[in-house]
Design a protein around this ligand. Sequence first.
Ligand code: FAD
Length: 396
Amino acid sequence: MTEIHEATTERQAILETVRRFVEHEVRPRSAALDARPNPEDCFSWELIEKAHELGLRTMTLEEKWGGLGLDSLTTAMVVEELATGDMGLAVVLAQTFKIAQLMQAAFNDEQRARVLPAFAKDPRGLLAIGMTEPGNGSDKHTNQPVPFRTSASRAPGGWVVNGMKHFISNGNRASHYLLMVQTDRGKTMANGSTCFLLERGRPGFTIGRVHDKMGERLANNAELVFQDCFVPDANVVGAVDKGSQVFARFSPQSNAYAGATVLGVAVALHRKAIDWASTRVQGGRRLIEHDGIRAQLAEMRMLIDASRAYVHRACWLADHQETGWDGTLGALPKAMAAQSAWKIATWTLEIHGGHGYMKEAGVEKLVRDAAAFLHSDGVNRTLFLKVANAMFGAMT
Ligand SMILES: Cc1cc2nc3c(=O)[nH]c(=O)nc-3n(C[C@H](O)[C@H](O)[C@H](O)COP(=O)(O)OP(=O)(O)OC[C@H]3O[C@@H](n4cnc5c(N)ncnc54)[C@H](O)[C@@H]3O)c2cc1C
């Protein structure tokens, strides 16, 4: 674990690049994009293309595929830094970082050669995962004995997919998708679903509604609709009926990246709370000179530091699983970071008094953003249930 604390030159250089990107490109645009009424207009290709020019979009791909080959710990640090500028943008890129890692690990040689170089070259290449369905939310995390409704039937040379997914991050923007589809309807999701690779524009695959969200608005979430969509056998990722294993085995750091994202928002909120408390005078002195406020600012620091340590531990161990990885790290660090961020959001609002409720203070956007990861990547309670099931066995 010593490596966690090592500030390698490469890591420092990347983080410096990200800080400049956030300061000069993301922060100046964030509030105006967030305020646009049509959710599709909140997304910015300009920011994605700038991230591409800096090598950030593809940074988790190995160098032989055109990336920087960054490890999971550095990636979490980058994600947090991006989210201090804007959470939506951080989500767009974090999804792409984690799915790129998953693809290069889970794909076979032919799939890697077909997809990864093309994705690396495309300045607008983004990635998405389609699991959630209108009738299937937390059940997919707790492996309830129900199948996905989006299903596929055998056809010569492949499969025909019908159904729909919703809430999918980058759903209307991605170039490539990983899709969970029920291939054996008589079985549970865990035993009868398959992971398919899908390219944007495949006949029978269309984008439905783009969801209007309360926060995280620079990221788009959309419905994916499948009507007799043919997917060739060559696009099956891993083994048929073993889709769940693809995610469990090749994406151990995924949930911790979600924790890093919401942590970035917590950091931005904490900075605002300190700035405000340092200048606002009430009771004859600055707020920061009142014991109650000072103590609360220190407690926020504790929540951020402890959450970050947990997220970093999960990411480092995801890359060094032989040294102590366990499944709780795929759920608890995100839940802790999300709960901490939510607490920090409400405290920051309180420290700002009525000013925090006024949009001009910029706190309300961060509060809306901080709420996103109470539910995204698994509702926190669902993640606790998942861990409890692993600890004590599933309830029958
Ligand atoms: C911003 C955002 C981005 C997202 N991005 C993606 C994405 O890219 N890809 C994707 O596939 N999905 C995505 N999702 C979907 C997300 O994973 C689901 O919203 C989440 O899994 C919860 O499902 P649900 O919303 O249907 O809630 P539900 O499952 O209906 O849960 C509602 C409540 O019931 C509780 N509950 C559920 N089951 C139980 C139980 N057995 N016992 C006790 N309590 C229970 C939950 O904890 C929760 O409090 C995204 C969601 C959001 C909000």
